[in-house]
Design a protein around this ligand. Structure first.
Ligand code: ADP
Length: 193
């Protein structure tokens, strides 16, 4: 019964950890990046709208992103808990998420900040580029995504810190090590699977 979110720079390993945590806690992992990519692949109206934005490493406009998340959170499987990966990324998205949850008398339980230094995450993303060929994984676009993260998203951590929701976890090391650190940090807050 947990409402979690993962925050951290591109390449910090959010997607990987989100999948593991979602299955551990039996809650859906909701990744805005995955939702957008699936739409680009299927060439839906949404996909056609966001493709160029994503390829450039820019953020999709808040009104589009907010509507998608609000709809997703309204699905029955998210009623008992969820793990958000890659949302919110802007102050407006924070406000919208607060509003959507408050309308149901709910709130976030914890924000997991995954920390990783820039050189390491750029190296990981370049490796992923070779393996998966994501259009936004060129070095230039990666650097831009990092800058957009630093400017628009990193400051949100302060907002959640002021609410005493943030647990900070080192994202370097093996996937299983990082998972263990997250589970330990959550357990320290009384959140167990
Ligand atoms: P990463 O965190 O590695 O950049 P994601 O898969 O989370 O990758 O996101 C890929 C792209 O999808 C982003 O660069 C952005 O264009 C778009 N996107 C994902 N989530 C959001 C969001 N919350 N707000 C705006 N755009 C988003």
């Amino acid at each position: 019964m947990s409402r979690l979110l993962l925050i951290g720079p591109p390449g910090a390993g959010k997607g990987t950890q989100a999948e593991i945590l979602a299955s551990t806690f039996a809650i859906p992992a909701i990744s805005t990046g995955d939702i957008f990519r699936a739409n680009v692949k299927k060439q839906t109206e949404l996909g056609l709208k966001v493709k160029a934005i994503m390829d450039a490493g820019e953020y999709v406009p808040d009104e589009i992103t907010n509507a998608i998340v609000a709809n997703r959170l309204a699905e029955p499987d998210a009623a008992l808990g969820f793990l958000l990966d890659g949302y919110p990324r802007t102050p407006d998205q924070v406000r919208e998420l607060d509003k959507v949850l408050a309308a149901d008398g709910k709130a976030l339980d914890v924000v997991v900040q995954i920390v990783a230094d820039t050189d390491e995450v750029v190296a990981r993303l370049l490796k992923r580029a070779q393996e998966q060929g994501r259009a936004d994984d060129t070095e230039e676009v990666i650097r831009h995504r990092m800058a957009v993260y630093a400017e628009q998203t990193a400051p949100l951590i302060d907002v959640y810190q002021a609410r005493d929701l943030v647990v900070m976890v080192d994202g370097l090391g093996q996937v299983t090590e990082v998972t263990a650190r997250i589970l330990e940090a959550l357990a320290a807050r009384g959140i167990t699977a």
